[in-house]
Design a protein around this ligand. Structure first.
Ligand code: AP5
Length: 218
């Protein structure tokens, strides 16, 4: 059983690396942003409530995010462990996650912190393309990680698009939220001795390799 949290600024590669780590450990990658985008795309009541918040780069309310997360965690495939990407993002969400996990007899075991300067984050997000199939949502980069066929997902063949929140204005807003709310969480987890810090400014393969070494005994 592994409960692993992937944390870092926007564009640090949380989604990219959580996907690789989850495949290697044979546990699901739970992508909070992806789960919320799927609600918006489905046009659910909840999706309508959160659409404008996400478009502005703000955090959706903790009770809403927690409700979506809890539902996903109850799936059979999550019982052997998960890699969380994008949750928790602040102290309130940490308390909420602890509560959800304790109800399931689980706790946070490891935190991988992908450290990246904001300037690099902006460059990466400007070139990101994502799969339009919400069940897939594979990430690409036009220069650093291009698809085999331009604008087509390697995994499922669906079209690739630029995310609506990958504009310079919204990226800066998301980074500001990260520094104000998520950074203190990394301090908290460091004090608990849970954090492995990885230099995320390296290539995708090198970051994956460093994570592999840091997690060799998990
Ligand atoms: P979310 O979708 O989680 O976005 P994010 O946190 O802003 O993170 P990103 O997806 O932008 O970055 P990433 O670190 O995953 O990088 P990636 O691997 O894609 O959240 C979106 C919104 O949902 C939030 O703004 C909020 O509104 C809401 N939300 C989500 N969680 C919430 C929560 N807990 N509570 C409340 N609201 C919540 O990589 C980026 C690019 O760089 C890609 O193009 C990739 O190919 C490339 N790349 C990756 N690694 C490398 C590398 N090593 N070298 C070169 N290129 C690389």
């Amino acid at each position: 059983m592994s409960i692993i949290i992937m944390v870092g600024p926007q564009g640090s590669g949380k989604g990219t690396q959580a996907d690789l780590l989850a495949q290697r450990l044979k546990i699901p990658h739970i992508n909070m942003g992806g789960l919320l985008r799927a609600e918006v795309a489905a046009g659910s009541d909840l999706g309508r409530q959160i659409s404008a918040i996400m478009a502005a780069g703000e955090l959706v309310p903790t009770d809403v995010a927690s409700q979506v997360l809890k539902r996903r965690l109850e799936n059979d495939d999550a019982q052997g462990g998960v890699v969380f990407d994008g949750f928790p993002r602040n102290m309130e969400q940490d308390r909420s996650l602890e509560k959800i996990l304790s109800q399931l007899g689980k706790k946070i075991e490891h935190v991988i912190y992908l450290n990246l300067p904001d300037a690099a984050a902006l460059e990466r997000l400007a070139g990101r393309r994502v799969c339009t199939n919400h069940a897939c949502e594979t990430n690409y980069h036009i220069e650093f990680n291009p698809p085999r066929v331009p604008d087509k997902c390697d995994r499922c063949g669906s079209p690739l698009v630029q995310r609506h929140d990958d504009t310079p204005e919204v990226i800066n807003k998301r980074l500001a939220v990260y520094h104000a709310e998520t950074k203190p969480l990394i301090e908290l987890y460091s004090q608990r001795g849970l954090v492995r810090e990885i230099d995320a400014s390296q290539s995708i393969a090198k970051v994956a390799d460093d994570i592999k070494q840091a997690t060799a005994t998990w």
